[in-house]
Design a protein around this ligand. Structure first.
Ligand code: 4NP
Length: 170
């Protein structure tokens, strides 16, 4: 859960920002974060500044749309999730300014994948942007949960993506 707050603060002055959200399957949490973040920047009117994507540490669902349960829950809140799953790559550390894991397993994977210490500074766990009161220190995997698991993920991510945007915007 540690991250480089100086690096994060340095991004406030950057003209264009690229953010990659990462979970395990890239069909539940990270494509939801991607969709919610895209809505935040649209609403704020600064979508030109942002490049937003998501990926998974596992490749089992490559090419798939988000899980139908996540799409249904997101749709009820007005979000249309259309991402196609892909595996995270070492070269993503060159393409993106920020790489945002959902839990500590995703974070550990990314730290091993990072090609340099400089690249590793780009990793900032999603929970660091969440200010909602929660007993979780990560974004919990909803895959084996019921409807409330998906709703919880969306609550945490709506709050976290809004705060991420605010932290990087003057
Ligand atoms: P995600 O959820 O990491 O939030 O996309 C999962 C999706 C699929 C699996 C696990 C977690 N799976 O084991 O297939």
């Amino acid at each position: 859960m540690t991250y480089d707050s100086e690096y994060l603060a340095s991004l406030r002055d950057k003209k264009d920002l690229s953010v990659l959200f990462v979970c395990l399957g890239n069909i539940c949490r990270s494509p939801a974060a991607e969709g919610l973040m895209k809505a935040v920047v649209e609403e704020a009117g600064d979508s030109d500044r942002w490049y937003i994507d998501s990926a998974g540490t596992g490749g089992y669902h490559t090419g798939d749309l988000p899980d139908p349960r996540m799409r249904a829950h997101a749709s009820r809140r007005g979000y249309n999730l259309t991402h196609r799953a892909r595996k995270v790559l070492e070269q993503d550390f060159r393409r993106f300014d920020l790489i945002i894991p959902m839990d500590s397993a995703n974070e550990d994977y990314l730290r091993r994948l990072a090609p340099t210490a400089e690249a590793e500074r780009k990793i900032v766990p999603m929970i660091n942007f969440v200010t909602l009161p929660t007993r979780f220190d990560h974004i919990p995997d909803p895959y084996y949960e019921g409807a409330e698991g998906f709703e919880l993920v969306l609550d945490l991510l709506e709050n976290g993506t809004a705060n991420l945007h605010a932290q990087l915007t003057d």
